[in-house]
Design a protein around this ligand. Structure first.
Ligand SMILES: Nc1ncnc2c1ncn2[C@@H]1O[C@H](COP(=O)(O)OP(=O)(O)OP(=O)(O)O)[C@@H](O)[C@H]1O
Length: 258
């Protein structure tokens, strides 16, 4: 498998509020020297304890946060240091799904507006846009009368389907899911995970799946990377990571989960 999505040497620090003008606190490293790659149609799981840097990494990989140094590239094209033209071209290719569909969906927008929003920068006719919205709602199995309804009219699982439809509508290559099923009950989690697996097949998607829930990662990921205090300490095929963990951090995560 060719690895078409890569992150090389990523570092990210935050400088906390200065104590005074004369005594700024030093920048605290959140991620250090992160290297990872993703093949087409592959799912990479990222696990780690709370505060290990998972969400920060997800945001850097999606282009929402800028690393201090290092780069993220898609098909060899670096988008961390790219011109705005290149960033604009790559933006539809990498989409993100978050934990809380309630918070991620604007309650004042209809499903048509929410799902169609990523299409606004693209030059499509109104008819083409409407057709894409109708098709993607069908693909995530939302009822056809959803278009003019507001997020509050839907269950948690259906709201996550709306968020998935919005991520899918630009026909991305990579979807980065940060705790995408964590807010759902166990049976809805299973339904949404199976929907994501089905969409991976149909759309030829690659996923980066961030979760504190190891059962979710084991179900969905081909490979898994383990993050500890901003470092990747272990990475490999998911079956190996779960059956034969090499690093203490992985062993304690497994012990805490199973
Ligand atoms: N803007 C910021 N300013 C200060 N510290 C930050 C900032 N963003 C993240 N951090 C710190 O960086 C570390 C990593 O945070 P991050 O949210 O990426 O971890 P996480 O693994 O996703 O945690 P969780 O599983 O609890 O969501 C934490 O210690 C967090 O407090």
């Amino acid at each position: 498998m060719s690895s078409f999505f890569e992150a090389q040497g990523l570092n990210y620090s935050v400088r906390s509020q200065s104590r005074s003008f004369f005594q700024p606190r030093p920048a605290r490293p959140i991620l250090q020297n992160i290297n990872l790659h993703l093949a087409e149609r592959e799912t990479l799981g990222i696990i780690g304890s709370s505060g290990s840097g998972k969400s920060t990494l997800a945001r850097i990989l999606s282009g929402l946060l800028q690393p201090d140094n290092g780069h993220v590239s898609l098909r060899g094209e670096d988008f961390t240091n790219a011109t705005s033209d290149v960033r604009q071209k790559l933006r539809p290719e990498i989409q993100m799904i978050f934990q809380d569909p309630q918070g991620a969906l604007d309650p004042r927008q209809t499903v048509r507006e929410i799902v169609g929003e990523p299409l606004l920068p693209l030059s499509l006719t109104q008819e083409e846009r409407e057709q894409r919205i109708v098709n993607v709602l069908r693909d995530v199995a939302l009822p056809s009368n959803s278009l003019n309804r507001y997020p509050r009219a839907f269950s948690g699982g259906q709201r996550q389907r709306i968020a998935i439809a919005r991520a899918l509508i630009t026909k991305p290559s990579v979807i980065i899911a940060d705790e995408a099923v964590s807010a759902l009950d166990v049976s809805t989690q299973a339904i949404i995970l199976n929907l994501l697996l089905d969409l991976q097949e149909r759309y030829g998607l690659s996923y980066i799946f961030v979760s504190h829930d190891l059962a979710v990662i084991r179900h969905i990921s081909h490979r898994t990377a383990v993050l500890d205090a901003g470092h990747i300490v272990e990475t490999g095929p998911t079956a190996d990571i779960f059956s034969n963990p090499q690093h203490d951090t992985t062993r304690s995560l497994l012990a805490a989960n199973f």
